[in-house]
Design a protein around this ligand. Structure first.
Ligand code: AMP
Length: 577
């Protein structure tokens, strides 16, 4: 039995010591046991924040606040407390490549002693909230400075870990759920369900403590995490994992968006749970014609005359707070729904919205089809096909590729919606990736676990234009996806073949060829080649190739032109339904 303490002494120091002991063991069962014992002995005020902090974040997941402290504000606060120059954090960072460690080292070097009693967990929570509310880096840094003055280097390190969302103690969401369940003697499945609905582990810990998990509710305008898809290699893997028949939808290349609608108000949330409504005013306006309330999952697509526009055009609309009328006319968008996560009673606005997450996909789809999206301008419904065996699935896949699409989403009609999980309920089947063979021309030490090894590679292709004499031009940068042993070996090689050093960056002899996979190539002034890749990843080192075998700039240009063309998706919309 766990002992329940009536008093809590130690505050943030006890929290930090608990985090250290969790990090110190590799055994999941021990991590869970340590955390369960800790949570069970937190004070009422401490518990929700302590749990959220253990998730490695300053605020609950579904809380859109952030502290907004950048590197320079943290450096300024730490330097002020240490009585050091504001550039001194950089030197410590060079040594560890770890921001929280660098802050602790800077304070230790200055022999900083905590002023007054160490902060309690709620005090740290209040300081983080104040940082979020403060306007401008100087005001935010001032709040952090005041907090750090009360922390010794050890506690300071943990405070910075939380505010920089880099806790790294090997605690996954499932472990947190297990610890809450165990700490308060509750059913782990109930804890998991409550977390899915509320997205707030702190609130869930309180509900578990008070035996009120059953009262957890879905709240509109607080986005749920998106269900993710697992990549399948081919049709055979799809059928082995899901069993026939499977459901197939086009894999739209737009922006994942969760649509919430209540009391006539519509909002869209991105995959990282940000409110992106203002970026798509035409979807908000079109939403006035809808007559239901609830939450849908789908994709915003750039769409004109019944055709999807290339992702790159949609990208031109992103990152702007509110698009101009001109850009709205150039790149119009629609919302294509593929799932229903919660719905109120049809035609009865204001009725309780019921979560549908645990219904089978075929039941959710039925509810989705009842919403009339295919006949509402500005909206569309993902088309659905069913494939009974491998040859049918192949035919659907080929047809989608011929329409120029990246791939398919294959779904198990009996699967539930699992927010934030990459389960086998949804599989993505993509066309074989394009790869390019590039030469490594520069390397840098990595971050976090990869500090001290040269794991960030800058790579180049060969410029085959007449005047450029085949020189290498950079096209991208990626973290090595190699094993630790391979990285160690490559580090030794790069150290021995460094041409010159520029701070963290080393120019190296251009002779290692790496095969790079990517999603899209776009024009960019960031690299000398004039192109950049989206999501570049190192597939492997081509020990069989030398730098003369690197791909050519003309190949990159040809691939770019090919990928420029958008896919032709099938969507049920007002024009076509
Ligand atoms: P990926 O980004 O390659 O991991 O693929 C998953 C993404 O595909 C999702 O996050 C969605 O944004 C997108 N997607 C496009 N079409 C669909 C669809 N029909 N069902 C689910 N996700 C889709």
């Amino acid at each position: 039995m766990l002992q329940r303490a009536t008093t809590t002494i130690g505050g943030m120091r006890r929290w930090a010591e608990t985090a250290e002991s969790i990090a110190a063991t590799r055994r999941t069962s021990e991590k869970v046991a340590i955390l369960a014992a800790y949570l069970a002995t937190c004070s009422a005020e401490e518990l929700p924040l302590a749990a959220v902090f253990m998730a490695g974040r300053p605020f609950p997941e579904r809380d859109s606040r952030s502290t907004g402290l950048g590197w320079s504000a943290i450096a300024a606060a730490a330097a002020a407390v240490a009585g050091a120059d504001s550039r001194s954090l950089g030197a410590h960072y060079e040594a560890s490549s770890d921001l929280s460690q660098a802050v602790a080292d800077l304070l230790a070097e200055a022999d900083h002693r905590a002023v007054g009693p160490p902060p309690t967990v709620p005090e740290v929570g209040r300081a983080l909230a104040a940082m979020s509310a403060a306007r401008g880096p100087a005001a935010k840094a001032a709040v952090l400075e005041e907090l750090l003055r009360r922390c010794d280097p050890f506690v300071a390190r943990h405070v910075v870990k939380i505010l920089s969302t880099e806790l790294r103690i090997g605690l996954r969401e499932g472990h947190l759920e297990a610890a809450v369940a165990r700490g308060f003697g509750r059913d782990p499945a109930q804890v998991q369900w409550a977390l899915m609905l509320t997205g707030d582990i702190g609130r869930v810990a309180e509900l578990a403590r008070d035996d009120r998990l059953g009262t957890a509710e879905l709240v509109l305008f607080r986005p749920l995490k998106s269900m993710l898809a697992y990549p399948a290699a081919d049709e055979a893997e799809v059928l082995t994992r899901l069993g026939a028949p499977v459901w197939v939808e086009d894999k739209y290349d737009g922006i994942r968006a969760q649509l919430h609608r209540l009391d006539g108000e519509l909002r869209l949330f991105s995959r990282d749970l940000k409110d992106v409504s203002a970026q798509f005013p035409e979807v908000l306006a079109a939403g006035a014609a809808l007559s239901w309330e609830g939450i849908l999952d789908g994709e915003v697509l750039a769409w004109r005359d019944g055709m999807a526009l290339p992702f790159l055009q949609l990208q031109a609309r992103l990152g702007r707070k509110a698009p101009s009328a001109e850009i709205q006319a150039q790149v119009p968008v629609i919302y294509v729904a593929f799932d229903a996560l919660a719905l109120g009673e049809l035609g009865k606005p204001g009725a309780t919205v019921e979560p549908l997450l645990r219904l089978a996909l075929h039941e959710r789809r039925q509810r989705l089809e009842g919403l009339g999206l295919a006949t509402t301008p500005g909206f569309g419904l993902a088309t659905l096909a069913s494939a009974a065996d491998a040859s049918e699935l192949k035919a659907v896949f080929q047809a989608s590729q011929q329409r120029g699409n990246e791939g398919l989403m294959v779904k198990d009609p009996d699967s539930i919606y699992s927010p934030g999980r990459r389960g086998y309920g949804w599989l993505k089947l993509k066309r074989p990736l394009s790869t390019l063979d590039c030469v490594v021309v520069g390397v840098e030490v990595g971050h976090g676990r990869r500090h001290g090894v040269l794991s960030d590679y800058t790579f180049a292709v060969r410029d085959d234009r007449p005047a450029s004499e085949g020189r290498l031009v950079t096209i991208g940068k990626a973290y090595s996806g190699l094993t630790d042993a391979e990285i160690a070996e490559m580090t030794r090689w790069f150290e021995a073949h460094t041409i010159s050093r520029h701070g963290r960056y080393r120019l190296v002899e251009p002779s290692v060829v790496v095969e790079i996979a990517f999603d899209v190539i776009h024009r960019s002034t960031r690299h000398a080649s004039g192109y950049a890749m989206r999501f570049p990843r190192i597939v492997r080192i081509r020990t069989d190739k030398g730098s003369q075998d690197a791909d050519l700039l003309s190949t990159v240009a040809a691939l770019h032109d090919q990928l420029q063309e958008g896919g032709r998706y099938r969507v049920l919309t007002a024009g076509e339904a």
